[in-house]
Design a binder for this molecule. Sequence first.
Ligand code: C2E
Ligand code: MG
Ligand code: MG
Length: 397
Amino acid sequence: MAMQNITEKEIRLAIENDELVVYYQPQYDALTGKLMSAEALVRWVRDGEVILPGEFIPLAEQSNLIRDIDWYVLEKVCVFLRKELEQGVSLRIAVNFSRKHLDEENLISRLCQTVDKYSLPHELIEIELTESAIMQDISSIVEIVNEIRENGFNVAIDDFGSGLSSLSLVKDVSANVLKIDRSLLSGNCENEKERIVLESIFTFAHRLKLTTVAEGVETREQLGFLRTCDCRMIQGFLFARPMPEEDFAKLSSQPESAQTEDILLTQPQTSVTNLLMEAIFYKYPLVIMANLTRNSFYMMAYDNFSSKSCPSTGVFEELIEHGASTMHPDDKESFKRTFSINSLTDAYNRAEKSVTLVTRQMGDDGIYRRVETTDIFVKNPSVDDLLVITLCQNLED
Ligand code: C2E
Ligand code: MG
Ligand code: MG
């Protein structure tokens, strides 16, 4: 249906006729997959057809009509939360407040009155203000957000990163939630610059004690990357779309274990990493992390590899001496030469990705076995040091 000819009057009528309904889009804990909260999103159901806010909110925002819509949505959310509380379910719901409220008289008292009418704890309500609204009038917004927060409500900065984001905004406004706009999450986060920008946003947000919510998460790859950034909450089609109240009520009343059935989606990043390490150690009983710039190393796994035990951390050059000491006499020199710091650094500078050598190593039983040693060059983005990961594999038993 063409929506160009929607008029203000029709929207007013829609409010009066109860045609506006609230959909809920769940927000999940990024690590556990647990349902934590939801965002209330308005829909206009006209003759059985669902009209998205993009079709009528811009028009409503040209006048103060948008205020009526937002208060209407808040009221519906309160009615819903009251019912939920009576069922023993307590979830936080975020509602969108247009910039038009920023100069509304009695904003705070109306907010309190509306929520108190349903005897709801204020912390169950989160007010979302979009970044662009906040940018317009930063000094008055600081005061308003302070007041909303002092009254126990949560405040989120919505769509962060969608426009001209200002860091002073995040620093000066006492919001406690930062919603990172989906425009920053293009594709599967495979672009390095994009990842650096996102990592930096999450770092400063967490240092400022803001709860981070990533919006518009659609792929597992995005989720995987967001977890490495310690993103707290996920809102997006990957987990759930905005849904009618009845559907959300059903979802929120399910026991936790039924909420996400995919084990990988519920694995904390650290335990996924541990499982990965286990698989690597299965194939490579000796794994070493070394810093060539600082001539240091530590063992990540060391499983009865040679007849002489070795310190688990120390000086890299001594480690090479130690390795050579249990090697077949004909292999010692080439081993020491290949894995000296100088020749590894040369190989790195020639843009080689790794260095491999097969030698014979004496086991506990005094028998030589062929062992393949591979040094893989790795870079940590935050330091210039040259790092290698050494993987050793027995070629025969
Ligand atoms: P928003 O507040 O940033 O809400 C998030 C929007 O992103 C929602 O669009 C949601 O459906 C969409 N979204 C969520 N996950 C994904 C995803 O994985 N992929 C994609 N492509 N989209 C996703 P929706 O419901 O159409 O709302 C659009 C905007 O309209 C909202 O953006 C908000 O600014 C405004 N809006 C909605 N309800 C209200 C309201 O009650 N009051 C006010 N003032 N504005 C509202
Ligand atoms: Mg929003
Ligand atoms: Mg948003």
